[in-house]
Write a protein that binds this ligand. Structure first.
Ligand SMILES: [Zn+2]
Length: 126
């Protein structure tokens, strides 16, 4: 397992389930892809399936499942084939779900997105 230095100058993402170190914040290219994920140029401690079953993400590309190599949590995808490479969508890059990740921001580890809560406001007639 690769471990990043946990110091104030290094920000990185961890597996939310087992806290394995996954990707450096500086490797992230784009946050909030379809409001769910982050594109990384590289990731560590992830298992990528050898034989991608041609998963298609939003009609954009073929991708292989990427799982945490410690706990096997499905973290996201690795782009295998991108017919129309542009911007950050290129083969070899990772799309990881924010809801599967924690973020070390130099001083603490926290969830970059909370699980969606449904807050309801009750209107009461006076
Ligand atoms: Zn894990």
């Amino acid at each position: 397992m690769i471990e990043f230095d946990k110091n104030p100058d290094v920000h990185f993402f961890l597996c939310r389930q087992c806290r394995a170190h996954i990707a450096l914040d500086e490797e992230h290219l784009l946050i909030d892809v379809m409001n769910v994920g982050v594109i990384f140029s590289n990731a560590v401690n992830v298992e990528v399936e050898d034989n991608p079953r041609r998963h298609i993400i939003a009609g954009i590309c073929t991708a292989a499942e990427a799982r945490c190599s410690r706990c096997m949590l499905h973290l996201g995808w690795k782009f295998v084939r991108v017919p129309d490479e542009h911007f950050v969508f290129q083969a070899g890059r990772f799309l990881l779900y924010l809801e599967c990740l924690m973020l070390w921001n130099g001083s603490k580890t926290f969830c970059p997105v909370e699980e969606s809560e449904s807050e309801e406001e009750n209107d009461t007639d006076g």
